[in-house]
Write a new protein. Structure first.
Length: 76
């Protein structure tokens, strides 16, 4: 349970610690959903069975971000 820890960024190297995880509770964390979210977003998408409550700081669920929205990051 990582809820209410004021987490705003989940770095790619941290995801390796959750290989056996079936749920990831990130409630009430102001996650920045800028280009830095791509590794975490990809990790969630590849593990569709993982239930996650991760929300962006604007209230959008990370899982609901669209790849088309994130493609603009590759153009920078």
């Amino acid at each position: 349970d990582l809820s209410r820890n004021n987490i705003s960024l989940i770095e790619e190297h941290a995801l390796g610690n959750f290989t056996e995880t079936s749920t990831l509770n990130l409630d009430s964390n102001p996650i920045n959903c800028d280009c830095s979210i791509i590794p975490f977003w990809s990790w969630i998408i590849q593990r569709a069975s993982i239930g996650t409550s991760a929300k962006c700081s604007d209230g959008t669920y990370v899982i609901s971000l669209r790849s088309s929205e994130l493609e603009k990051c590759n153009r920078k």
